[in-house]
Ligand binder design. Sequence first.
Ligand code: 8YV
Length: 327
Amino acid sequence: PASKLKVVVTRKLPAPVELRMKELFDARLNESDRPFSVEELAQAMQTADVLVPTVTDKIDGRLMARAGDQLRLIAQFGAGVDNIDVASAVQRGITVTNTPGVLTDDTADVAMALILAVPRRMHEGVQIMEAGKFDGWTPTWMMGRRLSGKRLGIIGMGRIGQAVARRARAFGMQIHYHNRKPVSSRIEESLEATYWDSLDQMLARMDIVSINCPHTPATFHLINARRLGLMKPEAYIINTARGEVIDEAALARAIRAGKIAGAGLDVFEREPAVNPELIGLPNVLLLPHMGSATIEGRTEMGEKVIINIKTFADGHRPPDRVIPAIL
Ligand code: 8YV
């Protein structure tokens, strides 16, 4: 029964989630604010029936090889599961679940905030005000770029990509997208979205590019120096997905060389490290991986983790099982 399951949670979660976990399971919670070390993770995998990791826990093949036979479920607190070697988990008969859906709107809001803020030079404006450097309005003061009528190219048209598209349409943008395959014609029509089979061709024509795909072997450094070179010099790039999708060093070089106009980034290749070449630029707005950071979202993510664990413990297929083939 669910009540006896030993559930190890690697990070501090919202209090109501932790409370519920303690009621339902033999829950071992992380009281500290720091992540588990590799050894602590390994130990958790050797003793827990269920592991609840987050994006900051790298559960690779080596760690997976040290898992005990009792470990049956890895219930990720998060939508992206690129920190987990899902294929080797499944090979070992370990089910992996995630928490999609409940963070869609929050993450799309942050993407839209960056889409609004970067071309309109918002954070440069904030810096000017905070430095007391507003010397008065002039007709050419702080001119940015208009959004309406511009082309937004979304890479990855899943739940979050579509939510970004809906928001951008309300601001008068034209929606274009690249995906492994086109979305249904119903969705395409409702968004009046144009599908590009060729990412290269799409990139060359977009005013803003938003990354909304998962990080997989196929999307690692999808945006590299060559592809940045295809973009218009007036174009901006926004990333609220995973840092690894962009070659961060190449992005910094492209921005500094004026090959693209700027970037809004919520995620980084080697978090929490940020390429120093990206810091301090007026046309680069950086956020500390806060796309899903709302009280509501993080609580609902925890509730989803609990539902996945309970369903699994009751002998049923958990609602958010991750299937490696579709990654
Ligand atoms: C979380 C995320 O902050 O869900 C994801 O994939 O990136 C964010 O919502 C974090 O990853 C939770 O593990």
